[in-house]
Design a protein around this ligand. Sequence first.
Ligand code: AMP
Length: 282
Amino acid sequence: MQIIRTVDELRQWSRAQRSSGKGPIGLVPTMGALHAGHASLIRAAAQACPGRVAASIFVNPTQFGPNEDYARYPRTFDADCALAEREGATVIFAPSVEEMYPPGAGTFVEAEGLSDRLDGASRPGHFRGVATVVAKLFVAAEPDLAFFGQKDAAQVAVLRRMVADLRLATKIVVCPIVREGDGLALSSRNTYLDADERGQALVLNHAIRRVEELVASGELRSEALIAAAHAVFAEETAVRVDYIECVNWETLLPAEIAAPGTLFAVAAWVGSTRLIDNTILS
Ligand code: AMP
């Protein structure tokens, strides 16, 4: 597995793959601190694009707010490389901040109307940072397929909008949420949780499961579903809800009725750690 540090080299790698004409090129963007959720993305990419998978590891400063955890975000590069190689990555793209944001960088991508919804409402500028760095990665790697987790469902909506608006040639592939045995969605930020918080964090998944049960029993009014989720959170007083939303997955606008494909998403503070979870209602 090759480690690439510059955009030019990544582009050269991608173009060499393309000229060999062997099949699609896959990209898996990550911020490192890789876990089984990331592994599932790399595996899916390796299956669709054998021998032509770039996984990027870049803690992107522009998607963190001024009081967020950019400085302390876990950085585990050697272990990440071992995991990525094991799962079938061909290349790790690990650029410096200066490589991705050259001095004076002032060009940003924003999906207006989407970028201030859900996580974007409580993390101003977050999705602008995400769309910008993913656009840069797409321009550098020129992938046919790019793999993202449903775990960050609002991010997927923002990136689909960006791909459609910019008429990019990259297809977005969404992979299911990977969970711990007890239901907690895997996240690099789970490492911040102490033992008590680890238990409290389960409330996110419990709320999601309760909503899925209600929908299965025929309750489709989002008002009722949101109220039911709030009731589950109310039983875990140590956890503070950031948002509970039932939205159209394309527009991120509130849905009154949970039609198939509706996104039900929650975000909550467990101590000083903000966690998210969601389900696509069927
Ligand atoms: P991150 O490193 O947190 O930026 O995540 C990189 C990619 O991994 C994103 O597309 C995430 O949605 C995805 N991801 C993170 N956690 C999970 C999970 N538990 N299951 C599936 N995909 C995930």
